[in-house]
Design a protein around this ligand. Sequence first.
Ligand code: HAM
Length: 421
Amino acid sequence: MINLPRGTQDILPGESEKWQYLERRFIELCTRYNYKEIRTPIFEHTEVFQRGVGDTTDIVQKEMYTFTDRGNRQLTLRPEGTASVARAYVQHKLYGQVKQPQKLFYYGPMFRYERPQAGRMRQFIQFGIEALGSADPAIDAEVIDLAMTFYQSLGLKSLRLVLNTLGDQESRMAHRNALINHFTPIKDELCSDCQVRLEKNPLRVLDCKKDCDHEAMASAPKILDYLTEDSRHYFEQVKKYLDELGIEYVIDPTLVRGLDYYNHTAFEIMSEAEGFGAITTLSGGGRYNGLVEDLDGPNTPGIGFALSVERLLLALDAERIVLPVEQALDCYLIALGEEAELKASGLMKTLRLAGLQVDKDFLAKKMKAQLKTADREKAKFVLIMGDQELEEEAVLVKDMANGTQETVSFDSIVNYLKERL
Ligand code: HAM
């Protein structure tokens, strides 16, 4: 027997309905906020992520599924969606469209070579949105609002929105220098990765999973103390809009996010539900005003977020929320005898074309066993067809809710069922 690869999962019937349901809810919500779907390839040129997500991030350095194809191209299974969306935005010149900002959503599998645990998979499904072309703090709030509303509309309550700003280029440079000054004297005590990070991208030191308990972390310079007036003002505006929308948040100046493209607004939504598990982040996002330019496009502001369905399902479980996905058949057909079997096939097609959910037995089971199946499938009606019914060109309809039976002619069966369902 061959098992599936580590960090992946099969989603079987009984579970897959939940995924479909969440997908539908997400699409519906995005549509209400006027976000349109974009579908990009599952693999991209590796450079998209090297340049987009950033060379010094864990994602690019350690977690990408990169391969050389038969034409000697360096390709990577997408570890996230934002860089791909920005790549497509540039390639299709979406910045030239009349409609701005471009408000886009996507969902699909992402791939990261991480150490698997609950809520951390090597293949996982992200739902995400990106708004490109606006530097209005109101859209930062809109993106956060959509994320929070999605969770809340599913019934989640133990949510915590954590907010920070990473400032503009100038704020970041000032903060960067302060970080270098802070960590350089104790450089030898940091892990080998952080020693490199300190030179290339000191912000990444704050995100280190190995050194997170080092005392120098807590006392590290905070971006909020290095913000330019503009950045400070922008952040204040975002908060005002969030207040207006009634969205509660906590400011965490240590929130830096694990991808390099961020500036200004950064946020994560955590689950505080008991039993949710070690990883508490449900989703994350932020502003990335330089990303489109990094991918050879014009200077374009952008903001977005992404969540994973895996973690969402864990949070729903932790809060004991049951999704309304139970499926029931409208009808189950039982035919007795060869001729009836044949006729039942035709009738089944008629009913299906009329929009009903219908099935029948294909294992030549006895009548009693077929009734059991109908029960298990939660069929609302059982349609029985034997010799007598054939002769009368009718079926015996059994209403499974109350056990009543009625003979209904072939001609009127569709209308009869539609009225009763
Ligand atoms: P991220 O924080 O890397 O950001 O991932 C976003 C979300 O994807 C996480 O909060 C988590 O729910 C989920 N996730 C990440 N890795 C895994 C994993 N291995 N297994 C299960 N779930 C996972 C991004 O990906 C950015 N592209 C978000 C964004 C969009 N920023 C701006 N626009």
